[in-house]
Design a protein around this ligand. Structure first.
Ligand code: ADP
Length: 302
């Protein structure tokens, strides 16, 4: 196969591993920085220009699009789709999963368990909003945040009201969520490929920290997940339309609750914690499932 990996930096662990495994399995692999692609988006014959060349004859595109370049990155991915190239994850699915509110609404519609979550736009709704999610303690999240930045635990009603008012005063979009105390500062990352969870790890926040993000000093370890957790992770990835996803679950007293579905899950933490060759599994799955003109994006032949 001729594989394009959309990534800003070939030295990043995940990109490097995908290149390595692609080459190991005899494929032709090229790393492409989406921000350096230019496209004639009105042409009936869609093309992508990259530096001095025209990108042609790719079978597969593996998007590794960072949150900060979602807009342009998914546009380039869409152009690949319009050229009939098989995307590991479709542009529409990535866009969906990047929008926290939209993804939670989709998960709710599919009956996937998640923490009780509220959203409001006007500060005059604050007490009602808090009541809707069961009152303090609550977790308040900035919709634009990643890696745990802008995720705040408000332990009392007063604290919650002040934080919500402050965020709203800054015109930031937020959601308010029931605090799952029994998760004990840990979450479970389930790595989904196709319709299977192929690896899982538990991330535990540092001492006194309710956020388990590895970027915030959390530690990862191998974990056995329950059949219910497995089903929940698969249902969440499917609801988003993602072939490859990192589904983050909280272990609550009423079962697994989905917090987030990540469309470009990192490989370093999970390969290290589980000792599995996940990049290799991604390439294997792609070999078996890739077909031209398979996306829902309207284009030439698809
Ligand atoms: P980000 O997308 O910025 O990583 P998350 O929504 O994943 O933000 O939250 C960061 C961390 O905070 C999670 O990994 C989890 O450990 C903790 N957390 C988030 N929401 C809740 C909640 N409702 N109850 C308990 N802990 C939570």
């Amino acid at each position: 196969m001729k594989i394009a990996i959309l990534s800003r930096n070939r030295h990043l662990y995940s990109t490097r591993r995908l290149v390595e495994e692609g080459i190991n399995k005899g494929h032709d692999v090229k790393v492409i920085d989406a921000l350096h692609c230019s496209m004639n988006i009105t042409s009936a014959d869609p093309r992508i220009h990259y530096h001095e060349e025209v990108l042609e004859n790719f079978d597969v595109v593996i998007p590794r699009i960072g949150a900060s370049v979602t807009f342009y990155g998914t546009a380039v991915l869409r152009q690949f789709e319009m050229m009939g190239v098989f995307p590991l994850n479709e542009s529409v699915a990535i866009t969906r999963s990047r929008d926290k509110l939209r993804s939670l609404q989709l998960l709710a519609r599919k009956g996937v368990g998640m923490p009780v979550t509220g959203f409001a736009n006007k500060p005059d709704n604050v007490p009602e909003l808090l009541q809707m999610v069961g009152g303090a303690p609550v977790v308040i999240k900035l919709l634009q945040g990643t890696q745990g930045i802008g995720v705040v635990l408000a332990e009392t009603r007063k604290a919650a009201e002040s934080v919500i008012e402050a965020f709203m005063g800054l015109k930031a979009d937020i959601l308010v969520q029931e605090f799952i105390k029994e998760a004990g500062g840990a979450d479970i990352r389930c790595f989904v490929i196709g319709d299977k969870v192929i690896a899982a790890m538990k991330r535990q926040g540092g001492e006194g920290e309710f956020r388990s993000n590895l970027h915030r000093g959390g530690t990862a370890s191998l974990v056995r997940i329950t059949p219910q957790e497995r089903r929940t992770a698969i249902a969440a990835a499917k609801a988003m339309g993602l072939n490859v996803a990192g589904v983050d679950l909280l272990r609550s007293s009423r079962g697994p609750l989905v917090m987030e579905v990540n469309s470009s899950p990192g490989l370093e933490g999970i390969e290290t914690a589980t000792g599995k060759n996940i990049a290799g599994m991604i390439i294997n799955w792609t070999e078996k499932n890739q077909k031209p003109w398979k996306t829902r994006t309207k284009g030439g032949g698809g």
